[in-house]
Design a protein around this ligand. Sequence first.
Ligand code: G1P
Length: 293
Amino acid sequence: MTTRKPIKKAVFPVAGLGTRFLPATKAIPKEMLPIIDRPLIQYAVDEAREAGIEQMIFVTGRGKTAIVEHFDIAFELEATMGERGKDMGVLDSSRATPGDIITVRQQVPMGLGHAIWCARAIVGDDPFAIFLPDELMIGEPGCMKQMVDAYNEVGGNLISVLEVPMEEVSSYGVIDPGAANGALTEVKGLVEKPPVSEAPSNKIISGRYILQPEVMRTLENQGKGAGGEIQLTDAMARMIGSQPFHAVTFAGRRFDCGSKTGFVEATLALALERADMGAEVRAIAERLLAQPG
Ligand code: G1P
């Protein structure tokens, strides 16, 4: 196995306005909405840490300060809990190592590609990961760990993919798949939000990426694409051929927490699995389902 430059940095684009969850997201970032007792952003950061990533780069915007506060030390809270003898273990994963949370601002929403490009100075010449926190990926190991393992074998660029019904592909980036080898599929082409009739497959990009730093140079002169936005997918498509590009089919479950029903599904699924509440939640769900609609 060749030694690759390790993936130590991750970019989290979190500047989005979260309009689909209004009014809940009027004063708090959508990434702070909790699935039970952990905000969405925490699931993504935990997944990154599990994969060996150390530096978390948040591409934020106005009104997103709560995300950064979340990973800080809450001095008053901890002092008070300490005095009262409360267990502070619940706060452990939300305390970042000093210096490991870095933020840059995306001043104007110009698309995912633009958001990633805003992190170019911090990414520098290192390969890096990207997490779209709306996509909640649950697996053992987690999605990014599976991708880092694949990266250690093939290097280059990797995206996580999953299959959706053909009629849903127009909401996503879609791959043109080449040769497959286990969970790895060669990527021959990429297209962002194609009409169903033009989609090269039903394998969609599901919100996790490992990219080489050259993508930043490609994004620099990337024109607007689907929806009039600067698309990451378009920049990646232009890199195919000059660098290895693979898709990793994630062995695990994915919840689309950018949609309200996906959010409810994730909440219910994870609650049912929890040792501290699963049985109670199951009884509640069964009672509610037994009631006439
Ligand atoms: C973005 C990406 C798209 C990807 C999707 C996954 O789209 O541009 O390629 O499939 O995330 O959620 P968005 O959901 O921001 O429109």
